[in-house]
Ligand binder design. Sequence first.
Ligand code: SF4
Length: 707
Amino acid sequence: MEETAPTITKTTCPYCGVGCGVLATVAADGSVAVRGDPDHPANFGRLCSKGSALAETIDLDGRLLHPEIDGRRAGWDEALDRVAETFSRTIAEHGPGSVAFYVSGQLLNEDYYVANKLMKGFIGTANIDTNSRLCMASSVAGHRRAFGADTVPGSYRDLELADLVVLVGSNLAWCHPVLYQRLAAAKAERPEMKVIVVDPRRTMTADIADQHLAIAPDGDVALFNGLLAHLAEAGALDENYIAEHTTGFAEALAAAWRLDMDGTAAETGLDRASIAEFYRLFATTEKVVTVYSQGVNQSSVGTDKVSAIINCHLATGRIGRPGMGPFSVTGQPNAMGGREVGGLANMLAAHMDIDNAAHRERVQRFWGSPVIASAQGLKAVDMFRAVADGRIKALWIMATNPVDSMPDGDMVETAIRACPFVVVSDVLGATDTVRHAHVKLPAAAWGEKDGTVTNSERRMSRQRPFLPLPGEAKPDWWIVTEVARRMGFAEAFPYASPAEIFAEHAALSAFENDGTRDFDIGTHAGIDAAGFDALAPFQWPARRAGETSADDIRFFAEGGFFTPDRKARLVPVTTTAPARVGEGFPLVLNTGRVRDQWHTMTRTGKSRRLSQHLAEPFVEIHPADAAKYGIADADLVRVTSARGAVVVRALLTSRQREGSVFVPMHWTDQFAADGRVDRLVPPLTDPTSGQPALKHVAVRIARFAAA
Ligand code: SF4
């Protein structure tokens, strides 16, 4: 008998924002193996521990395989009718503002696009926000106010070309491992390259650092303001670039002078000599990349931190040239795509701005929609507040688990439970969120999904299916399209495939481009199914319409920002680190990721191999703090904030800053009783970006003695 040859599918990893290419091989017996795609420009064949274990996470255990209504199995028609009727009735009775979608960086661009189109163009409110609000909204806000659009100026290659890489609030080694591997390999090849890590914790990333600055929580504005002042004093500014391509420099510098060196040392918690060495290196090195991530973004002053960093690059003209620029890396596989497609409550599709009347008119005309949302909608934290106080009466949650990931998780759970109508479309049937849904809709998972994702360097890649859809699972774009049709919008939602949606997004990006957004993917507007299937990774936005060069595409070396005068804005920032600790709660809690788990472990929790790295939730405590509170290594510890408490294992380490503790974000009550850290975090947000402050929570710790 002839043996069936294994099939190899080129797809993209569904975990972090590095967006590595994956080759998935399905053998004749149906078994799946994965390896890195040597041709993918994000990873060139590499995969990290999570990516390598993907094949261990694709079984059907726990999958939601059939639609359910009120706990009973239902057919698709009945379930879709129920969703469409209830949303339509709620809108008719209470107005468009009474409904909301909470979506996810796990969605593909095509899923995101149709959900955004339905909510903003046909329901007529912008109450659609994504869980990416929790990961990079401050970077989006910082980009928009500096560049006039949310555009990442550089590429991953810049980390390899730089002579100095400054990593701020970024544990690249664990959170973006393949990008870290590329950086570490470049540094090994060119030992003269310097790496500086700015982070309250001495993370594994600091192992390759020439300097680790254990900054006080939220001390970043002071550090980078001090740097701007130093650059001016040291004559390290690019006066020509400032004059020709920016505005606001004098105001930004005046704000930066608020603190002298002693003040900077006091606010950052760093000694003067360390600060001076960092400033000297930055001032004297031309090729500098500043990478920042959740430690910058997840803060009540996150947007100002981003501005403080960008100001230093604009003032030195170090942007958009090989090996230079500010570089925000996103947490999720398609956080970037969600930004571009309009998944945020304050954006329209194709990088257009909801606050801009011309953009609104342009999108509405392209869609031929009866309405267009005229104002920003509810951002994630505010959305769940509105669910709690009854303003939102119908909520659709797609591909995310807010009960275990939002700040004030217990409040979020209570709110969802009390909401009159909750729909959850998801892969799993029993997450802490899904279990409260009135209607559960089984969605396609990684390996079954078909569409595109966009990584942190703006590179769009295909996720291709290599497994059949199990049970009655359906792609997210199909589910939203079917609901839209049943709500009376069939003509505007004619899609039979993700290729058609991709082509429409491409056409919108090119539609009546007015020059302030001189980028588009319009060349893909006419793409057919075969072309979509064959699509190779490409960067967008590009500098010019249709530019899809195999070379890295960078922005702003010659100015050309997306503001009305085409100049960048330096933004004066004077915020100080918020004082949260006090009586009863003397320590700062920082939350974050570990190397081998992803989000709330709904997928990585299936792999035994991944759970071997760190098997249970823990609290990292500096030995001096542990001694103060009578805690020994491996003791059980109760960590208490004003919102709640968790009980986790003590891990004593001098990698932790004294006065701060760290608890990972992954473990839910499903994996570890009382381990769910989101219940400790108050719903405090950055006033500009709406991003919650997940890294600065006042807590106390005590040895836990079981009753
Ligand atoms: Fe996946 Fe990120 Fe690991 Fe790449 S680095 S394999 S995208 S988790």
